[in-house]
Ligand binder design. Structure first.
Ligand code: NAP
Length: 247
């Protein structure tokens, strides 16, 4: 009989997993989006949108919707959702797998200043810096008190408000070619790159900073959840196949 799996989405990995599992005979996939993106990519599986209402709400959802497995493929920095999934699945005895892409490692000759939080990243910038900020549209507020820093902000979605005193905004996807980002950094006389260790394809900015000897203030990932974790989508599919065969 077909089982029901909840896929916590919002990433490229979640989309790839939804594509891999669309039409699967063993698993009916319900993908879940937070609803924070203006025009999310359509997924080829049943999709719901919006928060569950914390751990209690998610535990209720798992019970009411007869969910038999959860795959948490949210972003490496979506710590609240990940922690809620761990707690709700534990309480409900529902098997949970985390899919989390590998973190970036520094390019050759890079100067990485690693920090634990966005607040620490903001503190690390020296007065008068010209910072290229690529931390996401919802992560700008911790930098708002740095009125002595000029920011070039690049985000995928337009932020609801630009809370920075001195800034220029670019809305759009990052380039694949590091020379393009190097030109951008030179044009704006960037002195620091500030980013989160999201991993994935947006690596060109890190190479560009290294090539230009621009220090990168890198926000490390939140602590890893206490749950089984894979870094590639194919291993998540294997996990589901095994679960279907053994339960
Ligand atoms: P978060 O801080 O971990 O979560 C905040 C709340 O948003 C959660 O408690 C939950 O609300 C709701 N939520 C988050 N992901 C959800 C999902 N997939 N389905 C339903 N509700 C969800 O998350 P975030 O950092 O704001 O990220 C929100 C979404 O954007 C995630 O899906 C994530 O994968 C994606 N994203 C995040 C980043 C980033 O840098 N953080 C970057 C790219 C994409 P309730 O407590 O009410 O259930």
């Amino acid at each position: 009989m077909t089982k029901r799996v909840l896929l916590l989405a919002g990433t490229r990995e979640a989309r790839e997993l939804a594509i891999s599992l669309a039409g699967d005979e063993s698993w009916h996939v319900i993908a879940s989006l937070a609803g924070v993106t203006d025009a999310p990519a359509q997924l080829p599986v049943e999709t719901r949108t919006g928060g569950f209402g914390g751990t209690d709400g998610l535990a209720d959802y798992l019970r009411n919707d007869r969910i038999e497995a959860v795959i948490d493929a949210t972003h490496p920095f979506a710590a609240q959702m990940t922690n809620n999934a761990v707690a709700a699945c534990r309480r409900s005895s529902v098997p949970l797998l985390r899919v989390e892409r590998a973190p970036w490692t520094p390019p050759q000759d890079a100067n990485w200043i690693r920090v634990a939080t966005l607040e620490a990243a903001a503190q690390t910038l020296p007065a008068g810096a010209r910072a290229f900020l690529t931390v996401g549209a919802n992560s700008l507020v911790p930098f708002s008190h740095r009125q002595d820093v000029w920011f070039l902000v690049r985000t995928m979605d337009a932020p609801s408000a630009a809370p920075l005193a001195q800034c220029e905004m670019i809305v759009g996807a990052p380039p694949a070619d590091s020379r393009e980002d190097a030109r951008l950094m030179c044009k704006h006389r960037i002195t620091h790159l500030v980013t989160k260790n999201a991993g994935g394809t947006a690596y060109a900015k890190l190479e560009a900073a290294a090539d230009l000897s621009i220090p990168t203030i890198m926000v490390d990932r939140p602590p890893a959840p206490d749950v089984d974790c894979v870094s590639v989508v194919a291993d998540a599919v294997k996990w589901l196949r095994h679960l279907a065969a053994t339960s």
